[in-house]
Each structure stands twice: as C-alpha cells, then as structure tokens.
Design a protein around this ligand. Structure first.
Ligand SMILES: C[S@@+](CC[C@H](N)C(=O)[O-])C[C@H]1O[C@@H](n2cnc3c(N)ncnc32)[C@H](O)[C@@H]1O
Length: 216
C-alpha cells in the first residue's frame, strides 16, 4: 500500500467523499445527527470542529442551531472549500492547517467536536492536543468525539507498527501526516482525555467501531 499525504488523500477523493462516508461507514446515518444533537443549542453558542472536512456533522448541527458560530480546522483546503459552499450564510470561520499547530482561543468555546478525524494519531500527539483543547473550552465547555476505535490493544499496536514499517519502506518523513488509520482503543482514548485534565469522560454509544465519547 502506497501512503498518501493526509491533505492530498482527502483532496483526491473529495467528489465522492460525502457519499462514501454515508454509505460505507456503518452507523453514519445515525452518528452524525446523534453527535450534532449533543452540541449546544444556545443561539450564541461558539463551537470548535477539529477536522471538519466537508462538514457532515455541521449539516446536522446547523439544522438544529442556525445561529451558532463555528470555527472549523482542517488540513485540506479542498474539503474546506466544499464546506464553505454548503453554508455561505452561516457563522463559519474556516482555518486551513493542522489542529496540532493552530492556536485555539483560550476559554473561547462552549463545545468542541471532532468526527472521524483523530484516529490517525498517537496517544502522545493527542495528549498535547487535548491539553490545548481543554484550555480553549469555557468552564462549562465540553468535547464530543465521534471516531473509529481499535477493537483490541493488539490491533492498536499492529496498526502503529505497520505505519512505521510502511514509512520506512517508502522512505517517507517520520513526522509528516500520512493517511493511515491508527486508532487507539476507546479505553486508551479515555485515559488520554483524563490525563489531559478532563474530569469526566463518558462513552455514550457505539455503532460497531465508531464510538461517541463525551469529555467534560
Ligand atoms: C474522514 S475526514 C472527516 C471529516 C468530517 N469531520 C466528517 O466526519 O465528515 C477526516 C478529516 O480530518 C482532516 N485532518 C486529518 N488530520 C488533521 C490535522 N492534523 N489537522 C486538521 N485536520 C486534519 C482531514 O483533512 C479530513 O478532512
């Protein structure tokens, strides 16, 4: 398998992206509206979306809260352009960059959401990100994570070692982002969120490998 850079991977599949997610990912018809319904309904709600892509979760959120203001961060300029076209008249600020690098407004957000994006990263990368995220949330703020998780610790370890092997074999840069799924187990994800300072981490629901986790 030839690894592709993360942004190039999604740009190349943009045309079929929404249909692919909705028809090939088990539970998508339910987990997008379910995730959106957990986000704040107050008209002045300020929400951060990590890896917003073309905004499948935001379609449902804006249907519930037309007045919300959302900051969406994504590596792919093409995914963001498609999202912008869907919602020309919503309060939507889009930032093209990595959520590991983009600074977040301190105490600025009532909630954050991330759907099907964070399963590409290590626990160490996520710990740093979740520290930054926690500081960006208001006192009552919370994080809704809907993502794909590994079925076992063995599966988790295997995908990380495969990614390293493929990078070595293909002579790729160790720190660049390539599209290869390396999900943690949901138990490990919970540990990382707790370590980052979220006091309460609940596993709310799952659809096969996709879980919704709520961290406060
Ligand atoms: C499978 S898509 C999910 C998009 C959207 N949340 C959804 O569920 O349809 C993953 C998205 O995460 C983005 N992404 C991956 N790593 C990222 C990073 N480090 N920073 C920002 N965006 C990232 C990709 O560019 C892609 O648009």
């Amino acid at each position: 398998m030839k690894l592709e850079k993360m942004d190039a991977f999604f740009a190349a599949r943009l045309n079929e992206y929404d249909k692919h997610m909705m028809t090939e990912i088990e539970g998508a018809e339910e987990f997008y509206p379910y995730t959106a319904a957990l986000l704040p309904l107050a008209q002045d709600a300020h929400v951060l979306d990590l890896g917003c892509g073309t905004g499948l979760e935001l379609e449902h959120y804006f249907a519930l809260n037309r007045k919300a203001s959302v900051v969406g961060i994504d590596l792919s300029a093409d995914m963001l352009a498609a999202l912008k076209q869907k919602f020309p008249d919503r309060k939507l600020k889009l930032i093209c960059g990595s959520y590991f690098d983009v600074p977040f407004e301190a105490n600025g957000f009532d909630a954050a959401v991330s759907v099907e994006s964070l399963h590409h990263f290590t626990a160490a990368q996520k710990l740093e990100l979740y520290h930054k995220l926690k500081a960006a949330l208001s006192d009552q703020g919370y994080f809704v994570l809907t993502d794909y998780f590994a079925a076992s610790e063995e599966a988790e370890a295997f995908s990380f070692s495969e990614l390293e092997r493929l990078k070595r074999e293909q002579g790729l840069k160790p720190h660049a982002f390539y599209h290869y799924d390396t999900p943690l187990t949901v138990a490990h994800e919970r540990e990382v969120l707790k370590k980052a300072g979220f006091a309460e981490v609940q596993i709310l629901r799952n659809w096969k490998a996709t879980y919704t986790v709520l961290a406060r």
